[in-house]
Design a protein. Sequence first.
Length: 250
Amino acid sequence: MHSRIPLVGEAVSGVIPLGYEHSHAGQIATAISLGELAVGDRLPAESELADQFGVAIATIRKSLAELRDKGLVETRRGRSGGTFVIKVPFPTSNQVSQYLNGISIVNLRDFGDERVTVSRGIVHLACQRAQAASIQTLECAAERLLNAEEPSAQASEYSKFHTQLTVAAQSPRLLRLQMRLLSEITSLLWSPGGAGITPDLVQRDHEEIIEALKQREAFNAQQSMERHVQDGVYRLIDAKLTLQSRSETE
């Protein structure tokens, strides 16, 4: 069995701050970065990908070639062959620094405003609609994040937690919004060159959100989520200001 590319039409065309020449390569990389496709998963056949994206097979082949060149997938021959995910994309600290240098504080703050608004709505609905199985899934996701060692793995597990939280809210539209927001910021949050957050820094927020879901306390869940999102954005703004100060003194 292969893995379908989830929400492929909704993902941005590339995991920020990584760039991809072919947009479909960027969308597949986004799915891998967000943990929707894991290392070892097999992608759909070229013909299926072409149908899913609504493009020619030749276009898909160029996208897969770019992913192979970046070391994210490999193609194996034979009856059990196919194209498999072998690596999670993650930016270098230098790439993150270059991205932060090119984005304004106003844009970072505006992004934070959007994510706070969307995330507060998500936890509000999740407190009303989350079933016991969904809450248990969130607990497992939080535990996996705590045990993840590399920033790329931590970023992936972080995305899975927030994706599962949105699934618990039972809103496909909010899920599409959440996927876009996560694709824009997750690697920046977890990169040592960006916000540099670590599992212990988000553990309390995740635990509070889960407990609020169990108790159906929407206000507490929203407060924890808002603090959680704002902390990440403030850390990115601080990283940008540090970069500016450093370049001014050089």
